[in-house]
Design a binder for this molecule. Structure first.
Ligand SMILES: NC(=O)c1ccc[n+]([C@@H]2O[C@H](COP(=O)([O-])OP(=O)(O)OC[C@H]3O[C@@H](n4cnc5c(N)ncnc54)[C@H](O)[C@@H]3O)[C@@H](O)[C@H]2O)c1
Length: 250
């Protein structure tokens, strides 16, 4: 997959899925900006990648802040002159069913999971259009495709909005050479769900949902991002790609 010298920005890449994406893209020759709230982990991830010979920079960013987005995009453009790929990956989950969730918690979920994706697109698109194109990859979830009885409704709603925001952007900005696709992982063992996966019954139920009989790995997800970011995906636009071993196939 050719991503050599592409300038890539990945949110929520201090750890979890985002850091795996950053490592794989750098290993394939991309220049990666890691955006995250967690400065300690973000710096350590960037230093680790740079220590292996890759180009990785950390920019402390709250992805719900418009000012932070403006500064981060300006920083990449100033240093590299362009922005080829944006991966809107940062996300949270407040684990409460709808009847126990406050409106403030609902709004927080929407702001972090959906609002950040909107802001990332808002500031990346003018740069991408000006240089003749680019690729945006939005991390949704299997819950952005189907309802799930154990997943908070607010999470599902926030990820469903990411799915449709992706298709809307693909439709409007394809003419500018900008591709926009979403990815939909099933459960992956990352800090987001690690505590819950300690519960043997919860883990067995999650594995039991998967026709291929195992949880997704961070590497499964990163491989899909590498493809969608690459030249080989140049005609893939508006796709919602499940990375779920078949969870949403039935
Ligand atoms: N792990 C799973 O099972 C799974 C499944 C489907 C989708 N996802 C999605 O994948 C994405 C990555 O999840 P993960 O599992 O790696 O989670 P994670 O908790 O390991 O990582 C999320 C990262 O986002 C960062 N972050 C949170 N709020 C932020 C903010 N306001 N500004 C900047 N950074 C912020 C965190 O610091 C963290 O580094 C999320 O969008 C998540 O919803 C995860």
């Amino acid at each position: 997959m050719n991503v050599r010298d592409k300038v890539v920005m990945i949110t929520g890449a201090a750890g979890g899925l985002g850091s795996e994406m950053a490592r794989l893209l750098c290993a394939n020759g991309a220049k990666v900006y890691i955006l995250d709230l967690d400065a300690e982990k973000g710096r350590a991830t960037a230093e680790d990648i740079a220590g292996r010979g890759g180009f990785a920079r950390f920019i402390r960013t709250d992805v719900t802040s418009e000012a932070d987005w403006q500064a981060a995009v300006a920083c990449a453009v100033e240093e590299c002159g362009r922005l080829d790929v944006l991966v809107n990956n940062a996300g949270i989950n407040i684990r409460k069913p709808v009847e126990e969730m406050s409106i403030d918690e609902w709004c927080t979920m929407m702001k972090v999971n959906t609002g950040s994706t909107f802001l990332g697109c808002k500031y990346a698109i003018p740069v991408m259009r000006g240089q003749g194109g680019g690729a945006i990859i939005n991390t949704s979830s299997v819950c952005g495709l189907v309802g799930h009885k154990y997943t908070p409704e607010a999470y599902t709603a926030s990820k469903g909005a990411v799915t449709m925001l992706t298709k809307a952007i693909a439709s409007r900005y394809g003419k500018d050479g900008i591709r926009c696709n979403s990815i939909h992982p099933s459960t992956v063992d990352t800090p987001l769900v690690r505590e819950r996966l300690q519960d043997a019954q919860f883990r067995a139920e999650r594995v039991g949902e998967v026709p291929l009989g195992r949880l997704a790995t961070a590497s499964d997800v990163a491989n899909a991002v590498l493809y969608l970011a690459s030249d080989e995906a140049s005609f893939i636009n508006g796709a919602a790609l499940p990375i779920d071993g078949g969870v949403t196939a039935y």
